[in-house]
Design a protein around this ligand. Structure first.
Ligand SMILES: Cc1cc2nc3c(=O)[nH]c(=O)nc-3n(C[C@H](O)[C@H](O)[C@H](O)COP(=O)(O)O)c2cc1C
Length: 321
């Protein structure tokens, strides 16, 4: 089977700059979903979020815009503005786990109100000029919410359904509930994109063997310390030294473009430190070496620290061991 690989939306990480750099250095990702664009009243949006999905800018990696909100009319207007911009498909965020978002019945916060979700999808799907895809968790509080959600999703002509088999309150803790996902998968009438904890080639092989009907896989956090994975899934092989050199190139390209884009060195180092939350997993002692850097803001100190981490023992080569 030919597998289709999706870059997960990750606000603060997988914006255009990251997608461009990734596509210049690596291969394997077929399609990205953008970090969410908030649907403001009258379908307006924040300029920064809108600019991230402009077609003229997104030439290196195809992107589907993701929208998030709780007012069907605002979501419909935003989806139609995106359609007019050239996006025939938009993705609805029904997964964001954060309390501040969820308590407003946005993201995963909508999953425990199935009747309201149904009414929202009814207005959205009948008012949209283009097609809708959805990214969901199993529920807000418990997976027991999911069967009712599946019967709602099945009633709408969705492009596809991305399932991250955790609940909202679970955040990123614990493990995806694969047994439950396996049991409910035959009930879903849409093309399913699996998402969650896909960190290595052996992990991909285990999941694709367990779920042979799935052709679509979405990778999020692990694409940062293990950017080779999409290529490896597509059959490429990298030597350990090659991996380390490519990882350094990846880091440096992100860093250089952030320096060019952002005002002030403190701003750049703070964005880069966020990347190290995930990059550190590419090094055996990444967590220890990264810890003292949390308070730094001077780029010279940052660059020296990065050199030190890259000189330490990488684990990237072992990911597939
Ligand atoms: C920092 C961060 C930001 C995220 N932003 C979004 C987002 O904007 N939209 C969304 O649907 N999911 C978002 N997610 C969730 C990811 O898309 C994905 O579902 C999750 O990380 C699980 O996949 P993974 O195990 O491959 O990382 C975010 C996750 C993280 C860690």
């Amino acid at each position: 089977m030919t597998h289709r690989l999706w870059l997960a939306p990750m606000q603060g990480y997988t914006e255009l700059l990251f997608r461009d750099v990734y596509a210049e250095i690596f291969t394997g990702i077929d399609q990205a979903i953008s970090p969410f664009i908030s649907a403001l009243p009258q379908g307006r949006s924040k300029e920064r979020e809108w600019n991230d999905v402009l077609l003229g800018a997104n030439t290196k990696m195809p992107v589907i815009p993701q929208i998030m909100g709780n007012v069907a009319e605002d979501l419909t207007l935003l989806a139609n503005r995106l359609y007019d911009l050239g996006h025939p498909v938009v993705n609805l965020n029904l997964g964001c786990p954060f309390k501040m978002v969820a308590k407003k019945k946005k993201g995963s916060g909508m999953l425990c109100f199935p009747d309201e979700l149904d009414a929202l999808l009814d207005i959205l799907c009948s008012g949209m000029k283009g097609r809708l895809s959805i990214k969901t968790r199993l529920g807000r509080h418990t997976r027991d919410e999911f069967p009712a959600l599946v019967s709602i999703y099945n009633r709408y002509p969705l492009e596809d359904l991305t399932v991250h088999p955790r609940t909202g309150v679970q955040m990123y803790a614990g493990v995806p509930d694969l047994d439950f996902f396996e049991a409910i998968l035959p009930e879903i009438h849409h093309r399913v994109i699996y998402n969650g904890d896909l960190w290595s080639l052996p992990r991909f092989r285990a999941l694709s063997t367990r779920f042979p009907s799935l052709s679509d896989w979405m990778i999020g956090r692990w694409v940062i310390p293990n950017p080779f994975l999409p290529g490896e899934i597509k059959g490429l092989h990298f030597d350990p030294e090659e991996k380390l050199a490519l990882l350094k190139r990846f880091h440096d390209a992100i860093y250089e473009r952030q320096v060019a884009r952002l005002d002030g060195p403190g701003h750049v180092t703070s964005v880069m430190k966020a990347f190290w939350v995930y990059f550190q997993d590419a090094f055996e002692e990444g967590a220890r070496l990264f810890k003292p850097l949390r308070r730094l803001s001077d780029p010279v100190v940052y660059e020296a620290a990065v050199e030190q981490i890259f000189a330490s023992r990488p684990t990237v080569a072992d990911f597939n061991g």
